[in-house]
Design a protein around this ligand. Structure first.
Ligand SMILES: [Zn+2]
Length: 124
């Protein structure tokens, strides 16, 4: 699972509705893998408004990865910025581990790069 996907996932357990806690999910015991991918600056610039930057920043710190504190004024012309974002959201893959919700403590397992977002019947 790429980090760009994680930035769009929130807890969907019934009654877990505090927006400050159900997102972003906190990574736990993760195994990361860097997979080289071709950089598409147009795509990255288009994605920026759709990303939750504070959440992305929080996640990057959790994982010990570097990311600029904020989006520069002209992100499309900032080589260093584009590369940092690309490396983090497109090339960083979570292979194993889990994501924990701070609201309800539900743990979403990640196995072989695939997050299991399924819930038990009583959680739906
Ligand atoms: Zn939750």
């Amino acid at each position: 699972m790429r980090i760009i996907t994680h930035n769009m996932l929130k807890c969907h357990v019934k009654n877990c509705t505090d927006p400050n806690k159900q997102f972003p999910l906190r990574f736990k015991d993760v195994q990361l893998e860097q997979v080289e991918a071709e950089r598409n600056d147009e795509f990255l610039v288009r994605m920026l408004p759709r990303l939750d930057w504070p959440a992305l920043l929080k996640t990057s710190k959790e994982l010990g990865m570097g990311l600029p504190e904020s989006i520069p004024e002209n992100p499309g012309e900032d080589e260093e910025f584009l590369q940092a974002v690309h490396t983090f959201i497109m090339e960083t893959h979570v292979k194993e581990g889990s994501m924990v919700c701070d609201g309800c403590a539900h743990e979403y397992k990640i196995s072989n790069g695939i997050p299991n977002m399924l819930l038990a019947e009583h959680e739906i």
